[in-house]
Each structure stands twice: as structure tokens, then as C-alpha cells.
Design a binder for this molecule. Structure first.
Ligand code: PCA
Length: 213
């Protein structure tokens, strides 16, 4: 049977008009030619609301592969996030005005989960296409990390379901602040290649993606 891919992006936050993650997800959906079927979902920047919204999307589409994406202002490359941690520590309030400090995403849950995407193979595939990408060892402690953690907490016992999280830079077309950007088409190229690579590469490759700090 054809695989189903669920790709999510976030709503604007922190006073932004747009969120490059959702704009890029929509571009990928407009041009998706397989393999399989692509479904998308727009998630709220809400610690409380994001889990139920993700659950609804997973229940509706029963995906084999889930890739959630969010914006990381200040980053120059697409970040293949390695790990989701069980903490919420907000620098700015979420869309509901809530700023949790040092609270668990899932009370009693494990400290962290690994991404189950083949992140090194994805990095190589994306770099080979000329799209800047890197392994990231922290998705932060805001809503992106929270949805990544909830995603992994939900699917880690579902054999055959792969899942992970990507941070994207600001889009050149919509950037509101100086700093690194990538054109939306380039971000979409990266997301598409990462989804396709995650569908076909069963075992990740062994190349360094480490950092000394
Ligand atoms: N980025 C934020 C939340 C929503 C988004 O796009 C984050 O990195 O946590």
C-alpha cells in the first residue's frame, strides 16, 4: 500500500505575520508527486493546544511518516533535530499567554526521545541538492520541542511509524528581521527531500554530525 506522509507547520507567533514552516509545507503539498500520499496540518503555537491538534491529524490520516516543522529565527540551515526533551521552559508566552517554566511536556514521561528519521542520510541528500542543512542537537524548550516530544511519545510504540522534527530558517520572502534566510522554494526542496529520503532509507548512514559545543 502507498505510504502516507503527514507534514505539519506552525502558525505565526511572536508578532510575526507568517511562519515559514507552514508556507514551506504548503509549497511541498502543491508539488508532491509521491511516493505515497501527503497530508498536511497547521498547528497552533500553544503548549496546551498543540498535542490535541497533532493527535487529530494523526487520527485522521494514520500516517507512516510524520515530520513536524517549525521556524527557528536566526538559523541559516534546515535543522534535522536529533532529540526531543521532556521540558517546557518558555522565553516568550505562547498564543494563550502561557509561559511554563521547567515543567514536563508529559508528566512522568522519559527524559527524551530520539528522532527516528534517518537524519544523517537526510542531511547528505539535502546537501547534495545544494540546500543548507545540519544536524541540530537541541530543538529548544518552547512549543516546537513540545510537539516533537508529544509526537515521539505517541508513535514510539507504533512499529513502522517514523517521526521527527525539522527547524527551518526565516524565509527570504517574509523575513521581518535581519539575519539568515533561505528562499521558500529552497526550504520546500529540503523538506520534500527529507520526506522522500525518510521513506526509502531504512538504516541511517554513519557519518559525523556531532558538535563540540
Ligand atoms: N517555532 C517555535 C514555535 C513555533 C515555531 O514555528 C519553536 O521553535 O519552538
Amino acid at each position: 500500500m502507498d505510504p502516507t506522509v503527514l507534514l505539519t507547520g506552525f502558525a505565526p507567533f511572536d508578532g510575526q505575520q507568517e511562519n515559514a514552516s507552514w508556507l514551506a509545507v504548503r509549497r511541498v503539498a502543491d508539488r508532491w508527486s509521491g511516493p505515497g500520499v501527503l497530508a498536511t496540518a497547521l498547528l497552533p503555537v500553544s503548549f496546551e493546544g498543540v498535542g490535541p491538534a497533532l493527535d487529530r491529524a494523526i487520527d485522521a490520516h494514520r500516517p507512516d511518516l510524520v515530520i513536524c516543522t517549525g521556524l527557528a529565527e536566526g538559523r541559516a540551515r534546515i535543522g534535522l533535530e536529533r532529540t526531543a526533551v521532556n521540558v517546557m521552559d518558555a522565553r516568550i508566552p505562547d498564543q494563550d499567554g502561557w509561559s511554563p517554566i521547567d515543567e514536563p511536556v508529559v508528566p512522568g514521561g522519559p527524559v527524551a526521545y530520539w528522532s527516528t528519521l534517518p537524519i544523517k542520510a537526510c542531511q547528505e541528500a539535502v546537501a547534495a541538492a545544494g540546500v543548507p542543512a545540519e544536524i541540530s542537537n537541541s530543538a529548544g524548550t518552547y512549543v516546537c520541542n513540545a510537539v516533537f516530544y508529544r509526537l515521539m511519545h505517541r508513535v514510539h510504540r507504533t512499529a513502522g511509524t517514523r517521526a521527527g522534527f525539522l527547524h527551518v530558517p526565516q524565509a527570504t520572502e517574509t523575513a521581518r528581521s535581519p539575519g539568515p534566510t533561505l528562499p521558500l522554494g529552497t526550504i520546500a526542496d529540503g523538506l520534500e527531500l527529507i520526506a522522500q529520503t525518510s521513506l526509502v532509507v531504512a538504516q541511517d548512514i554513519r557519518v559525523t554530525g556531532g558538535a563540540t559545543h
